[in-house]
Design a protein around this ligand. Structure first.
Ligand code: IPM
Ligand code: MN
Length: 363
């Protein structure tokens, strides 16, 4: 019997619509090649929906998402709407309400020319970040007192629990085990990134990491404070394999990671609860200035589709999508990743056509 996956499609704002359309074009091709199907359900949430109905993302939508296998998400953010409102209701809404505790962000360089660092090769830049995705400063515990006065106080809590810290660290070790050692190494490596020397609450991370690592004697460990980790990323990216970090630091350092592999046009992300409905998205935002111009780069969304396929258990299809993107870059057919270098539709079609061509050659 043919496998059928139920996929929620939530394009959101700005360029979300365009990049998601290209992601689905690639999904069409890869499912045909690999012999599975998908049923897609469009979700209208985002700025337009909010402006016309006053609704951000209702409880029934989350209920519905729980019935699906995965969600492909574009971007949220619109200059007409108060900063953070839709981001919190929709992006953080999905991450928190669906308990998508892993934010998985690969940083893999497909061609040297895409990396702004002098002398670094593809072998040097192949790491994956496991960003905790439900707590920290994103917990939503914040407020103001004496607002608007010269004595105003603003606060936002960084919240960490043993349970959520432990599960993301454990996920990182399991992932390292699954990936195996990098070429030339005898063990996979998990690096924990925190700021426990200043954010003393993160001593919980130090202790939890030590406890969990004892269960994985076959995995090497390392530690870096976030400031030093940023320095190493630029100076010695080859030191990283699997990295695990808190929500806020993970947000920041993965933008740095994106720039090391060619920019926001190619950086993908999975918001995962293993075994449950999970959400996949490009790391970039809604880029309102490019909306409707067919200039946005859809490769980050295409690679998010690959992460989604992996989550669905279609590992071969996932690898093939990634290999096809790498192939188009390395052969020079994709000239560059900047917005407008190729049109959005052209890039989606290139990936689709090359996928079909590679499949024909194999048969
Ligand atoms: C990301 C984004 C979000 C985050 C914003 C839009 C709330 O920057 O997914 O990295 O901070 O997590
Ligand atoms: Mn971010």
């Amino acid at each position: 019997m043919t496998k059928v996956y139920d996929i929620g499609v939530l394009p959101g704002d700005g360029i979300g619509e365009e990049v998601v359309r290209e992601g689905l074009k690639v999904l069409d091709a890869v499912q045909e090649i690999h012999g599975f199907e998908s049923r897609r359900e469009h979700l209208p949430y985002g700025a337009e929906h909010f402006l016309s109905t006053g609704e951000t993302m209702p409880d029934v939508a989350f209920e519905r998402l729980r019935q699906l296998h995965a969600v492909l998400f574009g971007a949220i953010g619109d200059p007409r709407i108060e900063v953070g409102l839709l981001e919190f209701a929709i992006i953080a809404g999905m991450r928190h309400k669906l308990d998508l505790y892993v934010n998985l962000r690969p940083v893999r360089l497909y061609h040297e020319s895409l990396c702004p660092l002098k002398g670094k090769t593809c072998a040097d830049i192949d790491m994956i970040f496991c960003r905790e995705n439900t707590e920290d400063a994103y917990s939503g515990v914040y407020g103001y007192a004496k607002k608007g006065t010269e004595h105003e106080i603003a606060l936002q809590e960084m919240i960490f629990t043993r349970r959520c810290t432990e599960r993301i660290i454990r996920y990182a070790f399991e992932l390292a085990q699954k990936r195996g050692p990098k070429p030339g190494k005898d063990k996979p490596l998990v690096t924990m990134i925190d700021k426990a020397n200043a954010v003393r609450a993160q001593d919980l991370w130090t202790r939890t990491f030590a406890d969990v690592s004892r269960e994985y004697p076959g995995i090497a460990t390392d530690h870096a404070y976030i400031d030093a980790a940023c320095m190493w990323m630029v100076k010695n990216p080859e030191w990283f394999d699997v990295a695990v970090t808190t929500n806020l630091f993970g947000d920041i350092i993965t933008d740095l990671g994106a720039m090391m592999i060619g920019g926001m046009g190619i950086a993908a992300s999975g918001n995962i609860h293993p075994g449950k409905v999970s959400m996949f998205e490009p790391i970039h935002g809604s880029a309102p200035k490019y909306k409707g111009q067919d200039k946005a780069n859809p490769l980050a969304t295409v690679l998010a589709v690959a992460l989604m396929l992996d989550h669905l258990g279609e590992a071969a299809a996932a690898k093939e999508v990634e290999a096809t993107v790498a192939d188009l870059i390395c052969s020079g057919r994709i000239r560059g990743l900047q917005a407008g270098e190729h049109s959005c539709t052209e890039l989606g079609s290139m990936v689709r056509d090359r996928l079909l061509e590679r499949a024909r050659v194999r048969r």
